[in-house]
Each structure stands twice: as structure tokens, then as C-alpha cells.
Design a protein around this ligand. Structure first.
Ligand SMILES: *Cc1c(COP(=O)(O)O)cnc(C)c1O
Length: 220
């Protein structure tokens, strides 16, 4: 099946209030345009240079989501092009985003990434760090913290995955009461989006189920 067909199938099978981010990392512009013509406007990328190059060459009404691990020294490059940064996992990074946003006077929307998996390899804040950052949010006036993001363990164990998503979802609900700008809970990828939606996700990040498998290391 083609990319457009995959997208339409996907959209017909998720609740209307769940946003779909098409994760286009490593995929060429032609693939993105195919999805764009099928009315997809939100795309996710993991690498700063790749996002910037694509943003400069593709239609200007595409909303670019940065879903990878952002290094502080790359913040200035990405700020002008990014619509939402999903993976903010430290106060230092938040501070840097605010500083660079101030330079070009742009309000930047971010999600705070929470560590929910069993693996040590995934990034994210713990509950205490999340609390401490949210208490200081007035120090970052140009950053809008719109919600939370998380990645579940890479496992076949659905009970484990569900536990992790439920934990993140409860943190989201709790913090929403204190932070009126909290709207987005970004969780779920090709392998686990159904569970994520069951647990309250309202933004899923789907790559291979739309664009097909990625060739490892094929980043531009
Ligand atoms: C690559 C990636 C995705 C998409 O993964 P698929 O399994 O291809 O759907 C989602 N979220 C993040 C953070 C990613 O790095």
C-alpha cells in the first residue's frame, strides 16, 4: 500500500481528538509530499539538520515537530523552524530554548519528556524533576510548556507498556490541574499507539506504519 492509503486508514481508525504526527525521519522529500498531498500537515523529525533542510525545501505550512534528543548547542538552529519540541528533558535545555527564543522573539511550544521505560537508554525527567521545572516555569517566559511526552519500553509485554502509559497519563492529568496550558499528551508509536490511546494519549507519533520500515543510518 502507498503512503496516502496508509495515512487515510490510520486517520479513520483513531479518535478525532487524537493528533497524528507522521514521523518522516530518514525519509526523502517525495515521501513527505505524498503524505502532505493527502492532507497531512504535522511531521516529526529526530535530527536537527534533517529537520532544518526539509523545512527549508518543503511547503511552508508544514508543522515540524522535533521528537529526538535535542542538544543545547543545536537549539539556535532549530528554533526558527520548529512548531513543537517534544523531548525537553532538562532545565538547562529549557533555559537555552528560552534564551534563543528571546533572540528572535518567538514563543516556542515544548513538551517535557518523562522517563517511563524500564530501559536506561531512554531520556527523560523523573517525577521530582518534572515538579521542580514546572515550579520555575515563570523563569522561561518565551517557552510554552504544552504537556508531556514519553516513550514506553521496547517490549512485547503489553501489560508493562500499559503500566508505563498509565503512569504518564496520571502525571499529565495531575499537572493539568495546576497548569492550564497543559493540553498535549504525546505518547504512542507504530507498535504501541493503540495502548497509548486507551491510556489517554492525544498525540501519537507514527513512522514505519505510514512510511514503511526505515533503513538504519539513512539520515540526511
Ligand atoms: C522514530 C520515532 C517514532 C516513530 O517510530 P515508529 O516505530 O516508526 O512509528 C516515534 N517517536 C520517537 C521519539 C521516535 O524517535
Amino acid at each position: 500500500m502507498g503512503i496516502a492509503e496508509n495515512l487515510i486508514l490510520f486517520k479513520n481508525n483513531i479518535p478525532p481528538l487524537v493528533s497524528l504526527i507522521a514521523v518522516s525521519k530518514t525519509k526523502p522529500n517525495e515521501n513527505i509530499l505524498e503524505a502532505y498531498k493527502a492532507n497531512q500537515k504535522d511531521f516529526g523529525e529526530n535530527y536537527v539538520q534533517e529537520l532544518v533542510t526539509k523545512a527549508q525545501t518543503l511547503p511552508k505550512d508544514i508543522r515540524w515537530h522535533f521528537i529526538g534528543h535535542l542538544q543545547r548547542n543545536k537549539v539556535n538552529e532549530i528554533i526558527p523552524f520548529v512548531y513543537l519540541i517534544h523531548g525537553v528533558d532538562s532545565e538547562r535545555l529549557l533555559r537555552e530554548i528560552n534564551k534563543e527564543a528571546q533572540k528572535i522573539n518567538k514563543q516556542v511550544s515544548v513538551l517535557l519528556q518523562v522517563f517511563i521505560a524500564k530501559e536506561e537508554t531512554k531520556f527523560g525527567l523523573d517525577e521530582q524533576e518534572l515538579k521542580s521545572i514546572l515550579e520555575k516555569k515563570s523563569e522561561f517566559p518565551l517557552v510554552k510548556i504544552c504537556g508531556l511526552m514519553g516513550m514506553a519500553s521496547n517490549t512485547q509485554d503489553n501489560i508493562q507498556i500499559k503500566k508505563e502509559f498509565q503512569f504518564l497519563s496520571s502525571l499529565f492529568e495531575k499537572n493539568k490541574k495546576l497548569n492550564p496550558e497543559f493540553e498535549i499528551l504525546s505518547m504512542g508509536m507504530s507498535s504501541d499507539y493503540k495502548l497509548a490511546i486507551e491510556c489517554g494519549s492525544n498525540m501519537i507519533r507514527i513512522g514505519s506504519a505510514i512510511f514503511g520500515a526505515r533503513v538504519p543510518g539513512n539520515s540526511i
